[in-house]
Design a binder for this molecule. Structure first.
Ligand code: CA
Length: 365
């Protein structure tokens, strides 16, 4: 018995050793040619640039074993069909923002930004260390998608208004391009939220088809030329306080990658996440100064009573959505609990520190 067992063990061991060895050899040679479609226009600074930088990083880190070909929105599939394309396996990867899929997955919005929600630092803390990414993967599991955080714009600007906003009453009846939950919150204040793609915004604002719009932040808004159509530029972007960009991978393709290439992707997405946020943080002020000094844009803070009212509307909007969708409610509860703790910690860290810097006067650029 003992001898037979020994032989059997030895046999299995040899076989395992042999297969593991040849398996490793085959895996080391196996090359992957993947396609990545984005929701961004070609050459879109930071967003599309960041994705191309990511693909280059992965190619270099994997010594060419994982070769990712990047397509801008519309080059291979229409920009807002990347979710389906990756889900169905037409392409292996997509880059965009989770809240674009709110129609299919309302809870996805929490993984980008919600009004008066977490900022970029808070989102990273929630996703990487507070259970957020695990929850995100659960929410995307039925679609055969594995998501990763990959990019963040930081706090956006509140938007461009043709007329100043001095009270809540000034919002009433305005037509504003503001998507998602932010638009729903604005609707509670009497705004008519309008959906427009990036390329349509300037003309609509210039012709007065809309009275206001939000876009991204100074760096991108300057490029779109919005200052030529409206002169009142409000902050802060309460509706998008730290929007996370996402990389989605077809789960079957992901599971078929050797572990070291999975690690390469994990590491490269985290590096891109940091790079994109850093670009926004470093470049926005220069653009804001240009807008103010060269184009005479009025940079204004929303009145505090307007912000207070919008904050209350935001709670109502989130409650309404939670009542309609169980997954939304579950993610909302987890997010809310994390945000409450994060705010408590921030009260003695970030917030207290920001308050200590009295010499930096907000609004004095
Ligand atoms: Ca925006």
């Amino acid at each position: 018995m003992k001898r037979r067992q020994f032989v059997k063990t030895l046999g299995a061991g040899t076989l395992l050793g042999g297969s593991a060895f040849s398996g490793a050899g085959a895996a080391a040679e196996q090359r992957f040619n993947w396609k990545l479609v984005t929701t961004w226009p070609p050459n879109f600074p930071v967003f599309q640039d960041g994705v191309e930088r990511f693909a280059k990083d992965v190619r270099r880190m994997s010594d060419g074993r994982l070769n990712i070909q990047v397509f801008a929105g519309g080059e291979l599939v229409p920009p807002l069909q990347s979710f389906e394309a990756v889900s169905q396996g037409t392409v292996e990867m997509g880059h965009g923002a989770a809240y674009y899929w709110a129609g299919k997955v309302p809870a996805a919005q929490f993984f980008t930004a919600v009004p008066f929600g977490l900022n970029a630092q808070g989102m990273n803390a929630w996703l990487y260390s507070g259970g957020g990414l695990k929850l995100w993967r659960e929410v995307y599991e039925p679609f055969g998608l594995t998501p990763f955080p990959m990019g963040n714009t930081g706090v956006q600007m509140g938007g461009w208004f043709r007329k100043p906003i001095k009270s809540l009453a000034d919002l009433k009846g305005l037509k504003m391009r503001i998507p998602g939950l932010g638009g729903k919150v604005m609707a509670k204040a009497g705004v008519n939220p309008v959906l427009l793609a990036g390329g349509e915004i300037f003309t609509a604002l210039d012709r007065g088809t809309i009275d206001a719009t939000e876009w991204v932040g100074p760096y991108h808004d300057l490029r779109l030329g919005l200052y030529r159509a409206a002169k009142h530029y409000y902050y802060p972007g309460w509706h998008e306080p730290g929007p996370v960009l996402e990389l989605i991978i077809n789960s079957k393709a992901w599971e078929g990658l050797p572990r070291e290439l999975q690690l390469t992707i994990e590491t490269a997405t985290a590096a891109s996440n940091l790079w994109m946020l850093s670009e926004f943080e470093a470049r926005n002020l220069e653009a804001l100064r240009t807008l103010q000094e060269k184009y005479h844009v009025e940079v204004l803070e929303f009145p505090s009573d307007v912000l207070a009212a919008l904050r209350e509307f935001a709670d109502v909007v989130l409650d309404e959505q939670a009542a309609k969708d169980e997954v939304f409610r579950r993610v909302r509860d987890a997010y809310r609990a994390f945000q409450a703790d994060n705010a408590a910690w921030n009260a003695v860290s970030e917030t207290a520190y920001a308050r200590s810097l009295r010499k930096i006067k907000v609004g004095m650029l």
